[in-house]
Design a protein around this ligand. Structure first.
Ligand code: SF4
Length: 215
């Protein structure tokens, strides 16, 4: 599809998503940059509800990154176990706390490349942090966002970095932060991976999967 057509599709998508989901927001608790980052690390292959519950317990035990840095890894792992992948997540959290306390001078960096120095913080989580906490335009391309953007026809790619690039090409910068949240809500509400509810979906008049271009 030509870029100008994808841009028109993006305009229609933004309008429909804004009407359908005016109040979409991040479903991870986001009180401080460092805590959001830890929740982001915990969120891999885990629900946001579970992450919020487990993180609450973790931050009650370790209210600061210094306390988290000092917490023995075995204790950390036993707290975060309900979130799954707990060994690798434990290592990532320990590295994050160490970087925060030493290399970053007690602040979460505002650039994705510094954030991505920490294992477990990929582009998705880095974008979440800079967008949610610092208000820097960035799209969070999670599994829902990737799926719905492909089905709508905004992208022909399935690799998240390429999907992000395609989104950023055709949606205005000021929509990026909210767009990710709205795409997630669309995915959860109508555009299920296995059984999309196209009949009720607010995007069904222009979505390429629905209008039949073979997606
Ligand atoms: S019309 Fe169907 S495939 Fe397209 S976004 Fe809506 S639910 Fe998904």
């Amino acid at each position: 599809m030509r870029k100008s057509d994808r841009k028109k599709l993006a305009d229609l998508t933004w309008k429909a998503l804004t009407e359908a989901f005016p109040d979409s927001a991040c479903s991870l608790d986001a009180d401080t940059p460092e805590r959001l980052a830890i929740r982001g690390i915990l969120s891999a292959q885990c629900t946001d509800v579970r992450v919020n519950i487990t993180a609450k317990e973790l931050f009650e035990k370790c209210p600061t990154m210094e306390a988290l840095d000092a917490l023995p890894e075995e204790e950390l792992v036993s707290i975060i176990k309900p979130c799954g992948l707990y060994k690798s997540k434990g290592k990532s959290i320990k590295t994050f706390a160490r970087l925060y306390c030493s290399e970053w001078g007690g602040q979460v960096p505002q650039d994705v490349s510094s954030l991505m120095k920490c294992p477990g913080v990929g582009k998705k989580i880095a974008n979440l942090i800079i967008g949610e906490i610092y208000g820097i335009p960035a799209v969070v391309v999670d599994t829902h966002c990737k799926r719905v953007m492909y089905r709508i026809g905004i992208t022909d790619n399935t690799d998240p970095l390429k999907v992000e690039k395609d989104i950023c090409e055709v949606f205005p910068e000021e929509t990026w932060i909210s767009l990710g949240h709205k795409a997630v809500e669309l995915g959860r509400t109508y555009c299920d991976a296995r059984a999309p509810q196209c009949g009720e979906c607010p995007l069904n008049e222009f979505c390429k999967k629905r209008t039949g271009d073979g997606k």
